[in-house]
Structures are given as C-alpha cells and as structure tokens.
Design a protein around this ligand. Structure first.
Ligand code: SF4
Ligand code: ZN
Length: 733
C-alpha cells in the first residue's frame, strides 16, 4: 500500500476514533455508564467488535472498552502479537475505523438519529441490518441465486449512470447496499430516488444511510455470516476473516472519488477480503496478503465497472434470460405492482384463472410453442383491465416423472415474477397475476407469458425436461372447462403425495447447499420432514438429483432401521458421518432430545424445550418479541445454528410441525405448549386435522401464545388451567 494512502488511512482512523470517543463521553455524561444498548434484532451486540475480539458490549460503559481496542489497534503495539503479521499497519487502522464507526452508529441509535430519515427525499434509510435478514437470505446465498453483494459508496457521474449500474447489478442478482456521498452531498441513493427507482429489500437495493460511516452496516452484517452459518466463535478473528474472504462475495464500488474516511473504511473492508473498485484514477493496490486479488482497482468507464468488479472478486454469475422485452432476474421478484400501475390482471378472484403443469409424451409436444386459444384476445388485451387466463404447460422428457409435475409447477411463480413489470401470486386455481403499464409499454405481450415458461423450464430443469409447450386459454368458458380437468389432476396429485411416507420409500435425500456457509450441516430430507429452510421437500430433492446428479441433493439409502420411534437408520448415519466430515456421527429425525438434526441458520422455525412445562415452544423467524424461554428469536437462533447438534433445540421448516413424524419419538404434537400467534394462524387447518387424528382435536386452543404468556410461570399456570396434555406426559428430561 502506498505511503500516502497508509497515512491518509491512519489519519482518518484517528479522527474517527476521536469522534466516537467524544460522542461516547457526551452520551455517558447524559445517560450514565449503565445504559444498556443493543442493535435491533441481533444476538451479537456490536457485531464487528464482537466477532473480532469476542468482547460483548451491552452498555455504554463497555463501549469504552471498544474504544480502547480501536486505540490499541492504532498504536505500535497491537492487542496481541498475532494481529500484527495478519493485518499489517494500515489494516489495523482500517479495523480501528470500523470499531469506532460501530460505536458511533450505536450512539446515534441511542440518540434516536438512526436509521436516518430524509424527509426531503421521502425515504427512511435501512440502518442496521438484522440477523433475521441474514437468515431470510440464507438459501439464496447458498444456492447461487444471489452470487454476491455490492456496497456502492458515493455518487455516479449522472443519475442515468447510477440507474444503469444498479440495474446491471440487479440483473446479475447481486444484492446492493448504498451509503456515503460526495462533498456536495450527492449519492446513488439520491440519484435513484430522482429516477423513480423502487428501493428496499424487495428490489434488493438497500440504502443504509447517507454517510460513509453507514457502510459499516453492510460490513457488520457480512461478518455475522461467519457466526450464524459458519459456527465460528466470536473472537476467532483469523478464521472469521478467512470465512468472509472465502465465502461472502462482497465488493465495494467507490464512485466519485475517495476521501480519507473512505480509504480508512475501505482498509477495514479489505481485512474481510472485500475489494473496492473505483471510477476515479486511484492508485491500484495489488494483493498484500489478505486478498489474492487486487484490493483496490479502478475502471473509469461506467459501462465496464460492474464487470470489472465481478472479475476482481471472482463472482460466478449465471444468468439466463428468456426472450422478452423487459429485464429479468430474481432481483425483480419482490417488485410490487399497484392497482394504478396495472395494465391488465388475471385471476385473484376477479376472473377465473389457473395454472397447471402436466406430463406428456415426447411426440405429443411441439417444443417451445405458445398457443393462445380464445377469441378477440388481442382487442381485449389492448384495452387493458382484467381477463380470464388458464395456463397449461405440457412438459415431456425421457427422465420426466409424474411426481415432478408439482415441483415444476411451483416454479411458474418464480418464472413470472422475475420479469420486471410482471407480478404473480398464489398457485393452482388461486393464482393472481398483473402486468404493469410499463411492461406493456416496453412491448410485453400475452404470448411472452408463455415464452418465459418455455425458456425457464428448459433452463431450470435441463435434464428432466426435453420439451415444453404452453397453451393459454383466455375465453371464460374454456378457462372454466379446462380448470375442471386441472382440479381433478391437483386432487389426484395430493392423494398420491399424501400416501408418500418415510416408511413407504427406501431413499431419502440430502441437501448440502448450506454447507457453503455451514460446513458441518446436512439437511436430511424425508417425505415427512422437509428441509429446515422450508424451501426443499423430498420431491424437490429427488427432482434436483435427477437434474444434477453431482449437485447439492444426493440420495441417501435408508439402510436398516435402528430406531423406529426416534427415526434412526444405518444408511443415514453412514451418510452424515461422511457428508459432515466426521463432525456428526449419528442423527435422529424424530426427536429433539437425542442427537437431533443439526441446523445451519436459515430455519423457518425454532423448536425449543421448556422443561418446566414438559413440552416445547415454537417460534418463527421474524417474531421479534420475548418468548417463554427468556430469549428472543435472534438470541435463541444464535445458539441453534452453525451446524451443531444441540439437544433440546432445533431449527425446522414450518410445515414439519404438522407432519406425523414431528417429535414422533417424544410424544408428537401434544408436546407443543407454546407457539406464536402467527404460526397458530398460519398452520391452523393442517394442525387441527393432525390434532384430530391424534385424538386431541382441541389441542390448538390449549397451546399458549404471546398474548397469553411470555414467561414460564404464566405459561404453566395457563397450561394447568386448560388441562394441556403435556403436563400428563412422561418427563422430557
Ligand atoms: Fe440449506 Fe437445508 Fe434448505 Fe438445503 S434444505 S438450502 S441445506 S436449509
Ligand atoms: Zn441453511
């Protein structure tokens, strides 16, 4: 690193530490050292300082210690000699900057100044990024849907270029964080607002805050991946930094020139393996030991800067786009289309509609054909409004199986939503679609709805789908008629799936996708237990294996039954021993008490034992309040993830709760004594059906939720008053 930059970095770092210390002293003078603080929804206090040092900052007084760490990093003698060779002098200053920024931002939270609200701009910045978001995004990160993150700092040369750069990142499915401004206060956030671009998690463009310091929110979020998924212990900084370098594919785009604080922040990011690509004539910094690629690089042509960044960071991008006149990619999936922006809509109780995938013989299909059946559709379509729509998708392939119809059909939703200006909700005969005015203006037609399906089914299901054809029915009479056939097919399908049980198959499937983040975790997916993220069931696993025999889903021959009630099989034990590199030797699928399945971190629901109630509680991701175990979801999640087996605790997919095999070895559904209201409502029908089968039809009413009890004393009181069956069962411990 050049001397000039090193001294600029050190200067800015000193300044940042002083600024944080002054604000800390002022805040302590006002509120006292004992004032407690935590960022919203995290189990890791001040995550950057926590991850690097292992020190937990919970009060203002403890923040003084954080300042001391930062200062020591800036002196000749670092905290521990082992920092020295790894970080180097300027990098120490970079990390010190991040520590000071974290404390400074925490203090601003206490003062009510974060997240920053900008009334002129009409937005509230995101501020601190919660653990929940990390978990929500978990699967997309590991299955390659989201190949990386970009932090854009500063403004692009013009509003148009800002939009162009962001769109290019979106099309490559890269998550975008925005922070920092130039000396005049201009920033990409402002440029995008001026261009009318939708910001937020739904579109994957997340403005963190207006200043350079806010970049820290992206960094202290990225560092948590190592703790949440990697199972690394806070304080093990070498491993943690190696983890972020090897597994968190982030980079920065430094636009509009770098000032000293930006250099210092960038130096911190380089510790984590995150390079910066700048659009100004900065000195290029070649690998100095942390990275094996350029740490700072430049690309003055805005048309090439995204590509350059991708090359420097080594991202693998695979984007296939159907032949349609609008942008396409998962980044457009969350976009909403309001009524006023709608050109035309289908279904949603407004018109009859359905979607149906059926297996056909190869010679029955004309590949890639789209047929529109109905009269006058063009006229009606030109007029806009609403119309009936039946989508029938015929697929054929040598390796196609009837059971894959449902797996393929579920993708219609993603196929359509990923087109910009097209929105889809629901499934089967309760679907609902909208096409926006803008998409229409760009030349999107009804036929494109079929073209998307043809292209994407070939793309997503390469080895099981050889031919696809789409028929779109637009006349009400036809739609109603074919809908009846579709309904009969759904029914038959459900019956067949219902008969699929763990006992009726001899092969389970593994999911190893999360190993890229949680190396010792393997999901064992059985017909009656879906993956803990909720995104993969047994049929998905089976189809995925057919599609890619060397991919992340592998068959597990069950082998001998070793324990019927706890769900243990010799084949499963052998498999996980190998797949976890020896970390997990044996596993029981149907109990929480004895070698339960491990958790990566992206579980939908945590199941945890409540010994005083002789049962378990269920809390879903996104529930932010206290639970009777005395921990919030985020704290609890911190103890469950990372590929560890923790008896009494496990992460599960939501729908596992109403499976016959849920806690089968521990007494089943009757063990549930507390669950969130959201879960109660969401699972009601299937829960009541399963409860009735178990001879406890009114069980749901006897289960407490947050409106009834949030501590164990009240909980037990309630359970006793309603005569909850768990109280009469064998002790769990
Ligand atoms: Fe990760 Fe399991 Fe979901 Fe696969 S099924 S993506 S391993 S959580
Ligand atoms: Zn996972």
């Amino acid at each position: 690193m050049s001397k000039f930059i090193a001294s600029a970095t050190i200067r800015a770092s000193h300044e940042m530490v002083t600024r944080a210390e002054e604000l800390l002293n002022k805040t302590i003078a006002e509120k006292g050292e004992d004032l407690e603080f935590e960022f919203p929804d995290t189990a890791f206090q001040l995550p950057m300082i926590n991850a690097m040092t292992g020190y937990q900052i919970k009060t203002l007084g403890q923040m003084k210690e954080g300042i001391r760490f930062a200062k020591e990093l800036l002196t000749e003698e670092p905290l521990d000699e082992s920092w020295k060779p790894y970080l180097g002098e300027a990098l120490d200053a970079g990390m010190a900057t991040l520590f000071a920024q974290e404390i400074w931002l925490a203090l601003r939270y206490i003062a009510g100044l974060e997240p920053v609200k900008d009334d002129d701009l009409g937005i509230t910045y995101n501020g601190f990024i919660t653990d929940t978001i990390q978990r929500n995004l978990g699967i997309q990160l590991v299955d390659g849907t989201m190949p990386g993150f970009a932090a854009i700092i500063g403004p692009a040369p013009s509003d148009e270029i800002a939009e162009k750069i962001v769109k290019e990142l979106q099309e490559k499915n890269i998550l975008i964080f925005l922070s920092g401004a130039n000396a005049e206060g201009n920033s990409v956030t402002k440029q995008l607002v001026r261009r009318g671009v939708q910001l937020g998690w739904d579109t994957r463009i997340v403005p963190l805050g207006p200043d350079t310091e806010h970049t820290l929110y992206a960094l202290n979020w990225a560092i948590r991946a190592a703790l949440i998924f990697g199972g690394l212990k806070a304080g093990n900084f070498k491993e943690i930094l190696k983890y972020t370098k090897d597994r968190v594919f982030a980079f920065a785009l430094g636009l509009g020139g770098l000032d000293e604080l930006k250099w210092a922040t960038g130096a911190g990011a380089i510790n984590m393996g995150f390079p910066a690509i700048c659009d100004t004539d900065v000195p290029v910094i070649h690998p100095t030991g942390v990275c094996t690629y350029e740490e700072v690089d430049k690309e003055l042509d805005p048309d090439k800067i995204v590509q350059k960044a991708i090359e420097v960071r080594g991202l693998k991008i695979t984007v296939e786009k159907p032949p349609i006149p609008v942008s396409y990619g998962p980044a457009f999936e969350g976009e909403r289309i309001r009524k006023d922006d709608t050109f035309i809509e289908f279904g949603g109780q407004r018109t009859p509609a359905f979607e149906w995938v059926r297996m056909r013989e190869l010679d029955e299909i004309e590949d890639n054909k789209v047929t529109i059946i109905g009269t006058d559709w063009e006229k009606r379509f030109e007029a806009g409004g609403k119309m009936p729509l039946g989508i029938v998708i015929d697929v054929a392939g040598r390796k196609m199986q009837k059971d894959f119809e449902a797996v393929i059909e579920r993708k219609i939703h993603h196929n359509l939503n990923e087109a910009q200006g097209i929105w889809h909700m629901g499934q089967r005969d309760i679907n609902w679609m909208r096409i926006s005015n803008n998409a229409k203006k760009d030349g999107f037609t009804l036929k494109h709805m079929g073209d998307i399906q043809n292209a994407m089914f070939h793309n997503r299901f390469k080895s099981i789908v050889d031919k696809v054809q789409v028929t779109l029915y637009v006349d009400e009479e036809d739609v109603l008629k074919v809908q009846e056939d579709a309904r009969a097919a759904y029914k038959e399908r459900d019956m067949r799936l219902g008969n699929l049980t763990d006992d009726s198959v001899d092969t389970f499937y593994s999911c190893l996708l999360c190993q890229s983040f949680a190396p010792s975790h393997t999901c064992v997916i059985t017909p009656e237990r879906l993956g803990l993220c909720g995104a993969y069931n047994w049929l998905d696993g089976k189809a995925a294996y057919e599609i890619d025999p060397t991919g992340g889903n592998q068959p597990i021959p069950k082998g001998e039954v070793l324990d019927e009630s706890k769900g243990r099989w010799s084949g499963v034990d052998e498999y996980i021993l190998k797949s976890t590199g020896g970390a997990v030797e044996t596993m029981n699928a149907y109990t929480i008490m004895d070698n339960p399945m491990t958790s990566c971190g992206c579980f939908e629901v945590i199941c945890a034992i409540l010994p005083e109630a002789n049962g378990v509680m269920l809390v879903n991701r996104g529930f932010a309040d206290m639970t009777p175990i005395g921990m919030k979801f985020s704290t609890l999640a911190g103890t469950v993830g990372g590929g560890l087996q923790t008896p009494g605790f496990m992460g599960i997919g939501r729908n596992f709760v109403t499976s016959k095999k849920f806690l089968y070895g521990d007494g089943g559904l009757r063990r549930i004594v507390w669950m969130t209201k959201a879960l109660k409502e969401g699972l009601k029908d299937s829960f009541n059906a399963m409860a009735a089968k178990n001879g406890v039809p009114d069980l749901l009413d006897k289960i407490a939720d947050e409106t009834i009890a949030t501590d164990s004393e009240k909980l037990v009181e309630f359970l006793t008053s309603v005569g909850h069956p768990a109280l009469e069962m064998e002790p769990m411990l």
